[in-house]
Design a protein around this ligand. Structure first.
Ligand SMILES: [Zn+2]
Length: 422
């Protein structure tokens, strides 16, 4: 691939709503690093198709963002991801911030240069990883304190430190450090975490040294309590940030609670800014949450499940290790244009999986990423062509065989936005 196209960030703005600049008034700051244009809206639901302009190119939304850990997908190279049509992916701040470390990555031209990835990157704050991976983490007003798993030294990840690392990585979208609590937790700790996340947002905003090139997103917290979540939305939307994430969900709460918090959030988020629903990647969830008004999604699920030989298809998934595929000479999905489906059969992949060949991981991961990207593309096209409700019904019919078998939470969620399934 060519060298990172840094010049893109200096291109003169097109007639899009330059979010940060418009909020502050023209001429008061450097050109915004993000602009969102709503291209089409569903006449019934809250679904919308947008163009999200970022420093490394324009992203068509709704978009699914695959997750890399050590700077690249497991089993897929940056070049392959690019050729699948991926225009934004996630880098993992916790891993990259610890090893090889932000200084080395900065020397390599930021994470884009280090990965040789010319498209957009979103980095997380590192906080979630610490709290979920490390038993020895402690949250105080200062930040998250933890012991390095590499050398045992004590490290404080403060909001300032998180932004400093993300500034060094050079991601197009950075996430604020938030106070993460389990989504099933209730009581005063949830309220404390919500208020602290607002205070930490302000500290992150002040710490961002490259607001003209790197967009800091706020993360809405408040657990499953509608009052707390509304309060958080009210406060955070007063801040001049380029985008908002809906956080603290997809952590074991019921689907019923989940969709209600999502729709409450999108109801209060501004139309002219992107809405990123964190940690969501099941096909049904994506379709429903687009209907509820979300634009961006990420999840490790499609790539993680690939490593167990599970291939995503419109009817659910194929467990390729199963005996029934040993002599099946069809591709994973006839309609899929990915390199795996163009070249290989289920029988071949079945054999690779059973011989523990790492190429199997590559082939299935490639297909699953292609599946997610194609699904989002189909959703977007249907919104643009004003037939999103029909798309949703067709999707559910194919996925569940019969609309009557569609999960009740999805039926309710879709009904709430004017897409009845029955
Ligand atoms: Zn495929």
């Amino acid at each position: 691939m060519a060298a990172p196209r840094e010049s893109q960030s200096t291109r003169s703005p097109e007639p899009m709503a330059a979010v940060a600049a418009s909020a502050a008034g023209p001429g008061t700051r450097a050109p915004a690093a993000l602009a969102l244009r709503v291209v089409a809206e569903c006449g019934r639901s809250k679904a919308r198709a947008c163009e999200l302009r970022l420093p490394h190119g324009t992203v068509a939304t709704p978009v699914f963002m695959p997750v890399g850990t050590q700077g690249t997908m497991k089993g897929v190279t940056a070049a392959q991801l690019d050729s699948l049509g991926c225009r934004i992916c996630l880098g993992n701040t916790y891993h990259l911030g610890m090893r090889p470390g932000p200084e080395l990555i900065q020397k390599a031209g930021g994470l884009h240069g280090f990965m040789n990835w010319n498209q957009n990157l979103l980095t997380d704050s590192g906080g979630f990883q610490m709290v979920s991976l490390l038993a020895l983490s402690e949250v105080t007003e200062e930040g998250v304190r933890f012991r390095s798993p590499y050398d045992g030294t004590e490290i404080l990840l403060s909001p300032e430190k998180s932004v400093e690392i993300q500034n060094a990585l050079g991601s197009d979208i950075m996430m604020q450090l938030d106070d993460v609590v389990s989504s099933t937790l209730t009581g005063s700790r949830v309220e404390e975490a919500m208020h602290r996340s607002i205070r930490w947002l302000d500290r992150c905003i002040s710490a961002n040294r490259r607001p003209d090139q790197q967009n800091l997103f706020a993360i809405i917290q408040g657990g499953l309590d509608p009052v707390l979540r509304s309060k958080c939305l009210e406060e955070m939307t007063k801040r001049d940030v380029p985008g908002f994430a809906i956080g603290g969900l997809s952590g074991g709460e019921s689907k019923e609670q989940f969709w209600k918090m999502v729709t409450l959030s999108t109801d209060q988020l501004p139309r002219e800014k992107p809405r990123y629903l964190m940690g969501v990647g099941y096909a049904t969830d994506l379709v429903v949450c687009v209907a509820l008004g979300c634009d961006m999604f990420d999840c490790v699920f499609p790539t993680r499940t690939a490593r167990f030989g599970s291939a995503l298809v419109p009817t659910g998934n194929l467990q390729l290790k199963k005996k029934q595929f040993a002599k099946d000479f069809q591709p994973i999905d006839e309609a899929c244009t990915c390199p795996t489906c163009q070249r290989h059969t289920r029988a071949f992949l079945h054999a690779l999986l059973h011989s523990n060949n790492t190429a199997a991981l590559h082939h299935v991961t490639t297909h699953n990423i292609a599946y997610q990207l194609r699904l989002m593309d189909a959703i977007r096209t249907s919104i643009m062509e004003h037939r999103f409700p029909d798309f949703v019904r067709d999707f559910m019919k194919t996925m569940y065989g019969d609309l009557g078998r569609c999960p009740s939470w999805a039926v309710e969620a879709l009904e709430s936005v004017g897409i009845p399934l029955n």
